[in-house]
Design a protein around this ligand. Structure first.
Ligand SMILES: Nc1ncnc2c1ncn2[C@@H]1O[C@H](COP(=O)(O)OP(=O)(O)OP(=O)(O)O)[C@@H](O)[C@H]1O
Length: 311
């Protein structure tokens, strides 16, 4: 996959003195769906705003399809569609004219066929003559996406695309993102919703306090950091954990009826067979057992927690 976005040693210190990005390195390949995850204030918007040329970096380099975002700004910017977090559309314009106008801003010749396709893809076709101010919040968000796609960008940035939207729109957006990817568009989305990254992304980057702490293929991230939880449903409830089981990280749940053991699937010894043997020796029987792979959410919570502890 040839690189389409290259970020090297990127830092941003706002005038207030706040360091929002601390030497970020990141390469994104053509046609990837990349999710940038992080809590509020981590630096996600700052990072994408720099790549889109809205915020000036303090130091470092960013290239978009080989074009330096400062020296070759117009070339770089033309390749990018940005759907910002906030809705900023002209209330009095119609959907059709605002989307067509956006295309013109990038110096592209009118192409009513393309605008129609975009509006149809976003279920906006029957609203094409409606004034923006008469649309619902979800529809306005669709218009923002239509604007970002109006000039046929190779790269689409979605800054928290589904914050505050209903389930239906979220599903539509996911479907749209997949279609765009199939057409070869590279997609970078920022999100707080782990489920969004888990559902959509090929790779995930986690940003904490301006530092990109992890960049991994989603599947690798889940495997590398993934833990499994073993739940044993006990035949007889336990009031307390027997001291003989203190070698295992166990927790009693469901009023003593369940025993939960979290283990690392990649550890040389998971501790599961020895735990079961010891329980049998102690006469602690179980009716049923199940295991659950930790989700990206568990991983993320763990990372945020570790990040806070390290800070
Ligand atoms: N124009 C600005 N001037 C000063 N500080 C800013 C400015 N914009 C953002 N910041 C600060 O930079 C840090 C990173 O903000 P940023 O918006 O990039 O985070 P984010 O990860 O996108 O957060 P959120 O998920 O809340 O959108 C925050 O501490 C924020 O307050």
């Amino acid at each position: 996959m040839p690189p389409v976005i290259e970020v090297e040693g990127l830092t941003k210190t706002y005038r207030s003195g706040l360091q929002a990005l601390k030497s970020v390195d990141l390469t994104i390949g053509k046609g990837e769906i990349f999710a940038l995850l992080g809590p509020n204030g981590a630096g996600k918007t700052t990072l994408i705003s720099i790549v889109c040329g809205i915020v000036t970096p303090t130091s470092g380099e960013v290239r978009v399809a080989g074009n330096d975002i400062q020296k070759d700004y117009r070339k770089a910017r033309q390749l990018i569609g940005l759907v910002p977090q906030e809705l900023t559309t002209d209330a009095f314009e119609s959907v059709w004219s605002t989307v067509s106008f956006s295309r013109g801003l990038f110096g592209k010749a009118p192409n009513p066929g393309h605008v129609e396709r975009v509006l149809r893809d976003l279920s906006l076709w029957d609203k094409k003559d409606a004034k923006i101010m008469t649309l619902s919040g979800g529809m306005k968000r669709r218009v923002m996406i239509a604007k970002a796609l109006s000039h046929e960008p190779d790269i689409l940035f979605l800054d928290e695309p589904t914050a505050g939207v209903d389930v239906e729109l979220r599903r539509d957006m996911w479907a749209l993102v997949r279609r765009l990817r199939d057409q070869g568009v590279t997609i970078i989305l920022t999100t707080h919703y782990i489920e969004e990254a888990e559902e959509m992304a090929d790779r995930v980057g986690v940003i904490l306090k301006g530092q990109l702490v992890v960049v991994e293929a989603k599947s690798t991230l889940m495997m590398r950091l993934g833990k499994k939880t073993l739940t044993l449903q006990l035949q007889e409830p336990l009031a307390v954990l027997p001291p003989e089981l203190s070698d295992w990280a166990l927790e009693l749940k469901a009023e003593g009826q369940e025993l939960e053991y979290v283990f690392d699937t990649h550890a040389e010894r998971t501790g599961v067979p020895s735990l079961l043997r010891r329980m049998s020796d102690l006469g602690i029987g179980f009716k049923d057992l199940s295991t659950r792979q930790s989700s990206l959410e568990d991983i993320f919570v763990g990372l945020v927690h570790d990040g806070r502890e390290a800070a």
